[in-house]
Design a protein around this ligand. Structure first.
Ligand code: 0X9
Ligand code: ZN
Length: 432
C-alpha cells in the first residue's frame, strides 16, 4: 500500500511540473479596512487550526491586511470578512506558483564572482564573497568583523564603514534580513554598503561618511535565508532554523530580551510565524546583534532594522500601543524627514507611527536597542509596498537608490545631533 501511495505521489509531483510547492493552491486574500470597527475586528481574526497565515497586519482605516489562505479555508475567511462587512480582494490565486513568475531567483546564476549585480538577489555564499572582495579593495574604508556562527554554522560578518575608526564618531547600525523571506532588505543593505564605499560624494566633507560610522549586518538570519533559496517549498520561511522539539525556528524579532513575550507572540515552537523562542536570546543570531549593540552602546545613536513589506517606518514602543516613550516626537520627526527624502527621490513615502500602534509585538530588536541599550533613535523599516515578500529583482534598480536618500537624511540628522561638529551645525542653524 505504502509503495502504491509513493508511486502516486511521484506521479502527482511530476504532473505538476516536477515538484509540488508548499503554497500551491493558496490564495492571497486582502482585506480592505474601511472603518475603526473593521480594523479592530480584523485584528481578532483567528484560525484555530493555524492554517491561514497572516502576511501583513492592517494598521488602520484605509490600510489593508493580507492573508495566505489554503483552499479549505477560503470560505472560513470570506465568511469572517462578510460578518464584519469587509470587502475582500483575491490578489493572487495559486500563490505557490507565483514564485516562479519572477524567474528562478533561488538558483545561483554563476559559480564564481566575476561581477556582483546589486540589483539581483544572491546566495549567502555569494554575498560573503562580495563582502570579502570589497574589504580587500577598500581596506581604508571597510573592515569586516566576524561575529560568530549561525545555528547551522554560517559565519556572520559585520561590515564597518568608517573614514577614521579611532575618531569616536557616532555610529549608525543597520541590520537586515532577520526575517528570511524579506529578501529586499539584505539587497538594500548590500546596495548601501557598496554605495557608501564607492560613491565619491560619501567621503567628501559633509558626505555620508564625514563624521559618522556605519555598521551594517546585511544578513542577520543566514540559515533562514538559505532555506528560502534552496528549499523549493519554503520561499516564505520567516524564522531561524534552530530545532525546538520536533519543530524548527524562532522568530528572531520576538526573541530579544526586553519585555520578552508580553504581547504578539506565540509560545508554540511549531507556530510558523511568531514563536518567541524558549527564552530571550535563545538564538545565536539575535545574541550576535545584541553584542554589537552592547559593545558599541556609547557611540551607537541610531539603529535601523530592515524588513519588508508595506512601506512603514515604525519606532518604539513595539510591545504596546498603549504608551509612547517620552521622546516619541523626536523619533517621529526624524522618521518623517526620512520619509520626505525618499518621496523627493521619487519613492513612496513611509507610514510613520509607533510599532505598537500598528500592532503590538514584544521582543523586537527595535525595543531592545531603545529600551535596554539606550540607543536614542531606533526604528524598524518595512521596505516596499506591492508584491508582498516577492519583490521583483527588476524593480530593485528603481527603489534601492530611493531608500538611500532616506539614509542620507538619517546620517545628516545624527551628525547634527551627536557629531563632533554639532556646535558648528547649531551655529549655522541659528544664523538661518
Ligand atoms: O512583526 C514584525 O516583526 C515586524 N513586521 S514584519 O512584517 N517584517 O514581520 C514589525 C516589528 C515592529 N517592531 C516591534 N513590534 N517591536
Ligand atoms: Zn520582518
Amino acid at each position: 500500500m505504502a509503495r502504491i501511495l509513493l508511486v502516486f505521489g511521484i506521479i502527482g509531483c511530476l504532473w505538476q511540473g516536477g515538484y509540488s510547492l508548499k503554497y500551491d493552491n493558496h490564495t492571497l486574500l486582502r482585506f480592505l479596512l474601511k472603518n475603526d470597527a473593521q480594523v479592530e475586528a480584523a485584528h481578532h481574526f483567528h484560525d484555530p487550526e493555524g492554517e491561514v497565515e497572516v502576511l501583513k497586519v492592517g494598521r488602520g482605516v484605509n490600510d489593508t491586511m493580507d492573508f495566505l489562505v489554503p483552499p479549505n479555508k477560503l470560505s472560513f475567511v470570506n465568511e469572517f470578512a462578510s460578518s464584519i462587512g469587509l470587502k475582500v480582494e483575491a490578489k493572487k490565486k495559486n500563490y505557490g506558483r507565483s514564485f516562479e513568475d519572477l524567474h528562478d531567483e533561488r538558483t545561483p546564476r554563476r559559480r564564481y564572482l566575476k561581477s556582483f549585480n546589486l540589483y539581483e538577489y544572491h546566495s549567502f555564499g555569494q554575498i560573503q564573497e562580495f563582502l570579502n572582495l570589497m574589504a580587500a579593495r577598500h581596506p581604508h574604508l571597510l573592515t569586516l568583523q566576524s561575529l560568530g556562527n549561525s545555528y547551522e554554522g554560517r559565519v556572520m560578518k559585520l561590515a564597518k564603514i568608517s573614514l577614521n575608526p579611532r575618531a569616536g564618531n557616532p555610529i549608525i547600525f543597520v541590520d537586515a534580513g532577520i526575517h528570511s523571506r524579506e529578501w529586499v532588505a539584505p539587497a538594500y543593505a548590500l546596495y548601501m554598503i557598496h554605495r557608501l564605499i564607492t560613491d565619491p560624494a560619501a567621503v567628501q566633507p559633509g558626505g555620508e561618511l564625514d563624521g559618522v560610522d556605519w555598521y551594517i549586518l546585511p544578513v542577520a538570519n543566514p540559515d533562514g535565508y538559505e532555506f528560502t533559496r534552496t528549499a523549493r517549498s519554503n520561499r516564505l520561511w520567516r524564522k531561524t532554523r534552530s530545532k525546538n522539539g520536533h519543530c524548527y525556528g524562532v522568530d528572531g524579532n520576538r526573541n530579544y530580551g526586553f519585555k520578552w513575550a508580553v504581547s504578539g507572540v506565540s509560545k508554540n515552537p511549531c507556530d510558523k510565524e511568531t514563536f518567541a523562542g524558549p527564552k530571550p536570546f535563545s538564538e545565536p543570531e539575535t545574541r550576535m546583534v545584541r553584542n554589537i549593540m552592547m559593545e558599541n552602546s556609547k557611540l551607537m545613536k541610531l539603529y535601523v532594522s530592515l524588513h519588508s513589506y508595506g512601506q512603514y517606518l515604525v519606532y518604539p514602543w513595539g510591545y504596546t500601543g498603549d504608551i509612547l516613550p517620552k521622546e516619541w516626537k523626536k523619533l517621529d520627526s526624524m522618521a518623517r524627514a526620512v520619509s520626505d527624502s525618499v518621496k523627493r527621490a521619487g519613492g513612496k513615502p513611509f507610514r510613520v507611527l509607533s510599532a505598537g500602534k500598528w500592532y503590538p509585538a514584544a521582543g523586537g530588536s527595535d525595543d531592545f536597542a531603545f529600551g535596554a541599550v539606550g540607543v536614542p533613535y531606533s526604528y524598524t523599516m518595512e521596505l516596499t509596498d506591492g508584491y508582498e515578500f516577492l519583490f521583483p529583482e527588476t524593480l530593485l534598480r528603481e527603489v534601492l537608490p530611493q531608500f538611500y536618500e532616506g539614509f542620507r537624511t538619517f546620517g545628516t540628522h545624527i551628525k547634527k545631533e551627536f557629531g563632533r561638529d554639532r556646535l558648528k551645525w547649531k551655529a549655522a542653524d541659528e544664523e538661518e
